[in-house]
Design a protein around this ligand. Sequence first.
Ligand code: AMP
Length: 397
Amino acid sequence: MNYNKKSVKDVDVRGKRVLLRCDFNVPIDKQTGEITSDKRIVASLPTIRYLLDNGASVIACSHMGKPKGEWVPGLSMRPVAEHLSMLLGKPVVFAADVAGEDSRKKAEALGAGEIMLIENVRFEKGEIENDAEFAKKLASLGEIFVSDAFGSVHRAHASTVGVSGFLPAYAGFLLEKELNALGGVLENPKHPFVAILGGAKVSDKIGVITNLIDKADTIIVGGGMAYTFMKAMGLNIGTSLLEADKVELAKDTMQKALDKGVMFLLPVDFAVGDRFAPDCEKKIVDSTMIPDGWMGMDIGDKTVNLFKEAIKNAGTIVWNGPMGVFEFPEFARGTQEIARAMAESNAVTIVGGGDSSAAVEQMGYSGKMSHISTGGGASLKFLEGKELPGVACLLDK
Ligand code: AMP
């Protein structure tokens, strides 16, 4: 895939109406209606400020949640408009429809350096169907399209792809940063390249492992998905997470790594619990000794040291997915130690996925990583080597 896309800096935006696709899919407290984390809004500010400072009028749009083409009041973008206005220190006009009369009138009245936000694009069925009529209507609000919603570029929707059929399409700064960081890892990683994968499911990450076997020097597998690999090696895994239909795939994957000379590291010990609960009884056992009736919930200290050794010598590290049930404090240590080792390393460090990013943030290590991806699903698709439709549709440099 070509990651070398034209950005907002490659076009004169002065006096132009810019349709800007953001990722304002922020969590909202159902009771109070308040935004509980404005991280995604803050992440879009550099592009918005650049456009406004350079004399564009900005028509911003985004999805929130999954309203499935229905008008769901709890998923209105109105609170985002208010919050954005507070962050920018200037009014944000709100249009109460999606590319309807209100949007059209307000877009036409918008002056240079002014910004408006339209209603949740997913309130219209045409959005996720990438309906050409709807895309055309949405595109007609602007003269240029700028995509800055990295979290949504793996989906071919009207506001991420369809509008590019009607407008010249450019990348915003946030998207450009993601393309540079993740593209750099795939195209020209500094070796040794270590990929660390965790989280619940083999099926979510197997595409990444398969793609990275051709590029990485070491692949580390931890978290709930590790037990399917342990099972594939004929080990007893007690009541640990298992995807029985993926055992053969796990075996093949390990064989492939062996054939290619890629180091494939699995945990050598585990913190196990007698039930899936934060206050369960806990003990540390070697990975060959998981007792019947016990469940693997985190990697043990020997494993932490083994993984740290690989991290210490790495030139590039990509991490996606926690090493254990890090939501339970008793089983957060493995994930925290990986975050710490990455923060202390001199390698290019890339973190993707909501849980690993949350762990890094909780520990105050965000500033110590080279890049924390803002898109969980999109970053996985990227690392799988798949084409991202919302990137492919942008103008090439
Ligand atoms: P994912 O969304 O695939 O990255 O998975 C994240 C989830 O995996 C988190 O909620 C973790 O609690 C869970 N997880 C990690 N390790 C384990 C484990 N050993 N057993 C059960 N769940 C786990």
